[in-house]
Design a protein. Structure first.
Length: 400
């Protein structure tokens, strides 16, 4: 690993830890004096996170979906910050915002850092944004450090606007290894119901997945939306955005902790040891609808009661609920297995307080760091649904 790469990773970790703990730096970092390190690696990224969090399509809530007005304004703002950090920037055909510091060897593979800048409905300020803002600050600090030391290398005169300086020629400073930040246009999948559109384009899998024909609530496909914005929405145009494997040295993403573990241990930052695989199930149960005041309990075929039992069974199987007698499979789980099982949506028909529900639909989300652990849980949860339905006289279906 080059010296510049090592310095960048140090600055990246330092900025991430500062943002995570909201703790001010009181000393120098690398070749930066304390006051400048504080500005670049603490104050500026925090200011940017709040500024980006204010760019929303809904007043009083953070909503920034693919190609919405707020989404386009956020892209412009990210480009502005990337240029200020010394990078050359561009927006590709699916809205990914790129910032790059070129390498002395134009064919050298690039180290990519980044995350997404779209949001879910009523999002938090840090999801996605942290992984874009922090590396911008780290790159800016690295460029400033090299500028102060008189290092780096200017691009040839014909490839830059002026002197070898951030202010007059973004992208003028070069290192042995190229660095690139990508702010992915879509990860959440709110508009088209299909996730990772931005990173799929870079990975070269967007076209083969068939997602160019995904339709939003307005009836327009992704391909049509791209064409309407002046971009090339064809399969050929989108495929041309892909990076080859030999063009990429690695990928690094800073992300907020979406759980309480680090916080509970008062640890500001930690490496990700595994990314959990996910299985989603849609479960439907149908019983006999009836009057809440006249149908005896012993002869009811209550779909909601069946769903409640199945959800409780799943909780016990996955190690939750603090049951006196844990499920045998749950007893063998470790923290490293990271098995989690969640019901996030329940829909009841007819949803009246004085009616025994005739049917219920609910979702199940099962995740684990290990496929075998997740698959075993999916198999057990699915079988438990059919067993509960058979005993209660309900009909049921489990779709994956």
């Amino acid at each position: 690993m080059s010296t510049a790469a090592k310095s960048l990773l140090l600055l990246l970790a330092f900025a991430a830890a500062n943002v995570a703990t909201a703790a001010e730096s009181d000393g120098s970092v690398g070749g930066l004096p304390p006051e400048l390190a504080y500005d670049l690696l603490y104050k500026e990224p925090n200011d940017h996170l709040f500024e980006l969090g204010d760019i929303s399509d809904v007043e009083g809530s953070l909503v920034r979906t693919f190609f919405s007005p707020a989404h386009l304004r956020a892209a412009d703002k990210l480009q502005e910050w990337m240029r200020e950090a010394g990078m050359r920037t561009w927006v590709d055909g699916v809205g990914n915002v790129h910032g790059r510091i070129d390498g002395k060897d134009p064919n050298a593979p690039v180290l990519i850092m980044g995350s997404h800048y779209d949001t879910v409905v009523d999002a938090g300020r840090y999801d996605g944004a942290l992984g874009v803002v922090v590396p911008i600050s780290a790159v800016k600090a690295l460029v400033e450090e090299v500028r102060r030391e008189g290092g780096g290398e200017c691009a040839p005169a014909e490839e830059r606007l002026g002197k070898c300086s951030i202010e007059e020629s973004p992208g003028a400073v070069r290192f042995d290894q190229p660095f690139e930040i990508i702010a992915f246009s879509d990860e959440e999948g709110v508009r088209f119901g299909s996730t990772f559109l931005g990173s799929r384009a870079v990975a070269g899998t967007l076209v083969s997945s068939g997602l160019l024909q995904s339709k939003g609530a307005d009836g327009m496909t992704l391909s049509e939306v791209l064409a309407a914005s002046g971009r090339d929405g064809s399969a050929e145009g989108v495929q041309a955005l892909a990076y080859r494997r030999d063009q990429v040295r690695g990928y690094l993403e800073v992300h907020m902790e979406q759980g309480p573990v680090l916080e509970s241990k008062n640890v500001p930052i930690g490496p990700v040891s595994a990314i959990a695989g996910q299985t989603r199930l849609l479960i439907s149960m149908s019983g006999v609808q009836g009057h809440a005041g006249t149908v005896p309990m012993k002869i009811r075929k209550d779909s909601v009661a069946g769903a409640a039992e199945a959800i409780s069974w799943m909780e016990r199987r996955c190690g939750g609920g603090q049951y006196e007698e844990p499920h045998p499979a749950a007893a063998n789980l470790t923290d490293g297995d990271m098995l989690v099982c969640t019901t996030g949506v329940i829909s009841i028909w007819p949803a009246a307080s004085n009616v025994i529900a005739g049917s219920v639909n609910y979702t199940v989300d099962i995740r684990s760091a290990y496929d075998e652990v997740r698959n075993a849980a999916v198999k057990d949860v699915t079988q438990s649904v059919y067993d509960i339905c058979a005993r209660r006289g309900l009909t049921c279906e489990v779709a994956q």
